[in-house]
Design a protein around this ligand. Sequence first.
Ligand SMILES: [Zn+2]
Length: 77
Amino acid sequence: MKPVRAVIASWLLREQLAAAIRLINDLTDPDDCWFDHHGGCQAHGYLSLEPGEKCPQREAKEMVEAHRALIEDGLRD
Ligand SMILES: [Zn+2]
């Protein structure tokens, strides 16, 4: 059995992560990326993306979606 402090710390971290994900979701632009011929995202102003690099707005949306999927998977068990 975990010490109470460890359980509380774990719960607080989960709450903080959930709050951070909510903030990221709120701060994310709902518009999709659109790229210029140099590979920069014109929609979000990230014009100097390197090949293979994602627009941070896209990364943020993927992070929110991954968190949502994890929560849903956890609720199914
Ligand atoms: Zn973008």
